[in-house]
Structure formats: C-alpha cells, structure tokens
Design a protein around this ligand. Structure first.
Ligand code: ATP
Length: 246
C-alpha cells in the first residue's frame, strides 16, 4: 500500500494542500480528480519529490519514502509524467527515452539493448513505429508526449503517476495509453492518474479521490460513484454544477 498521511503544503499565504491523507492500492488505477487549483499538481509534485511538503509523510508498505528527493524516488520505481512535455528537443528520440536510465560514467549500454528498451516502451503505448533516431523536437507535440510517457515506462516503474499527461494526445494514442495503464494495474502496479476530465475518470478509475480547495473531500471505489456524485464533491458547497446537485 502507498499511503500519504496528513500532507500539507503552503506557498506563501496559499494553502495548496490541507492535511491530505489517501491510500493507494497496488493493482488499481486510482484517479485524483479536482477543479483547477484544487491541489492536484502540488500533490503530484510532492509524490515525485520536486516539492517538499510542510508536514506529512509518504510510506510504501510501511516504509517511509524520501520526500523532496526526486532521484531517490525514481530509484525506488516511482515515475511521473507531467502535463508539460519535458523533452530534450535536440537529442534523438532514443536518448530521450533512455534519459536517466544510463548512469553517468558507467559503460554505455550496447545499441541493441538501447533499441530493445526504447522499442518495448513505445510498443506498450502503440507507438512502436516512431522513429528513434530523429531529434525529438522535430516530432509533433503529441508524439513528443508519447516519448516522455515511454521514458517513464522504460524504467518499468512500480508506481506510475500521470498528471494530465494525456491532454495533448489524439484519441487513438490516448486510448493506447489508457490500455497500457490498465495493463500495468492488472500486473499489480500502482497507477495514479490526475485528471479533470470526467469521461476519462469514469472509464479508468478503480478508485477515485476528489480534491477541493486543497482538501481531500471523498474517495470512491468503482461502482460506488456516478459523474453527478463526483461533480457534487468537486464543486464548492452551494455551487454544485449542472448534474451535481444532490
Ligand atoms: N509554486 C507556487 N507558488 C505559489 N502558489 C502556488 C504554487 N503552486 C501552486 N500554487 C497554488 O496552489 C493552489 C493549488 O495549485 P495546484 O497547481 O496544485 O492545483 P491543480 O489542482 O493542479 O490545478 P491545475 O489543474 O490548474 O493545475 C493554487 O491556488 C495555486 O495557485
């Protein structure tokens, strides 16, 4: 079990997260849903180690995880894909996929092995035909994001976190990524998916947690919630949106 306990984070006067506690189970796609500004990205940044919480802890099977240390979290198998397409535009696609996997000062990986890892990672998201040797910056933005997702998959992560990472993709590519997420969960991995798109959340969630204004307001298991339930939880009290009023 991946557990976050009593996480709080403020930026100056803004309380981005207020005492958040959520459990994530292996073998599930767990969606985090919330309006803009509800704290989703802050939570992801804490999970990936690029933001340190003011208070609270992360544990995996009871062991404390290193907060605020992105490299250490990567090394224990937590890979994050952010909404922004984080690519090295002048480097070939294959280098972008293997970025960080090849240790500095270690013997270079043989080309055949590099091709195998990159090819397998792309194939998992139906992108096996992407050219590996052209500069990544020459690909359309949507394909660049596939390269970034493949970079996360190449690490064979035990915990995959996708922060609105499919927003730039076209319909077919998005479907392929969703199928990959479902396959990873079926293989016992943790898959955390951050979104504000209801149809994606309804399709993918084995479990969904709703954030509102920095607070964790509800969690539901598959079959326990409707879009109206989620909209009601997302909306500020007294401002339930269309379909959200109870
Ligand atoms: N580095 C920062 N400095 C100051 N305020 C911040 C910072 N990062 C986030 N915030 C604020 O914290 C709150 C939560 O932001 P966060 O980006 O986590 O929300 P979100 O749910 O991911 O929204 P979005 O969907 O727009 O990305 C917002 O009020 C935001 O303005």
């Amino acid at each position: 079990m991946l557990e976050i306990r009593n996480l709080s984070k403020s930026f100056g006067e803004t309380r981005a997260l207020k005492d958040i506690s959520v459990n994530f189970a292996p073998g599930t796609v767990h969606c985090i849903l919330g309006e803009n500004g509800s704290g989703k990205s802050t939570l992801v940044k804490i999970l990936s180690g690029i933001v340190r919480p003011n208070t609270g802890s992360l544990t995996l099977d009871g062991r404390a995880l290193p907060t605020g240390r992105p490299r250490a979290l990567l090394d224990i198998g937590l890979a994050t894909v952010f909404q922004e397409v984080l690519i090295a535009p002048n480097r070939p696609v294959i280098d972008n996929i293997l970025l960080g996997l090849e240790k500095p000062f270690a013997a270079p990986m043989p080309r055949a092995r590099r091709l195998e890892i990159a090819g397998e990672a792309l194939a998992k998201i139906g992108a096996g035909k992407l050219p590996l040797d052209i500069e990544a910056g020459r690909l359309p933005l949507a394909h660049q994001q596939l390269v970034v997702i493949a970079r996360a998959l190449a690490r064979d992560p035990g915990i995959l976190v996708l922060d609105e990472a499919t927003a730039a993709l076209d319909h077919d590519d998005r479907d392929a990524v969703f199928e990959c997420m479902e396959a990873m969960a079926a293989a016992g991995r943790y898959v955390l998916f951050i979104s504000h798109r209801m149809e994606e959340v309804m399709r993918l969630s084995d479990r969904v947690s709703v954030l509102r204004n920095g607070e964790h307001v509800a969690s539901f298991a598959r079959g326990e919630f409707s879009p109206a339930d989620l909209l009601e939880k997302m909306a500020a009290p007294g401002h339930a949106r269309n379909g959200g009023a109870a």
